[in-house]
Design a protein around this ligand. Sequence first.
Ligand code: BEZ
Length: 222
Amino acid sequence: MENSDTHQELVKSMPRIGDKAPDFEALTTKGQIKFSEFAKDKWVVMFSHPADFTPVCTTEMSGFAIRKDEFDALDTELLGLSIDSIHAHLGWVQNVKENTGVYFDFPIIADLDMKVSKLYGMLQPNESETAAVRAVFFIDPEKKIRLIMYYPLNVGRNMSEILRALEALQTSDKYKVAMPLDWKKGDKAIVPPPKSLDELNKRLEDDSVEKVTWYLAKKELS
Ligand code: BEZ
């Protein structure tokens, strides 16, 4: 598959950071959706899993469900997807609820024809030709893709990192700052580096920021 035309086409059409999120219509566990009209004025975390009724996927979906309140608090809607039928989704949601009490209370796309998986580069044939990889798309209220994660079939994602990255993106937008290694809520953020010698000289005299050096300075966020 590596160099086939199909593979090349899939790679070429993969959306990237900064792109408008491709629009689609799909059947979900909460009914039909048109993505451009879904979660208006909110962030969306859209994620795929390889298959219903599989162990790693069950832990991950449960993770999203258990921490849904934290996504709500960040004004973010969850949207799951796998290449399974709506009946499989309903059976799995009910099965997990009965076995563990965890309820997947967010829409999950039944992407049996692989239309959405292909549109979003979730189908990566050298990993699997029939199952979506573990993708996470962070999409802002303007429906622009802001961050993408891809995990293989055999490694589950980290829910704390997904939430941390979402909050980092939102905080970066709000304060026009950048987020350093391991940034978490309450930490200082990086102020943009100077773009001229005048700005550099001002930065050197600015005691309101914590300077490691002129191009690396941090400040508290109020
Ligand atoms: C799992 O979720 O456990 C899984 C799904 C597909 C392939 C491998 C593992």
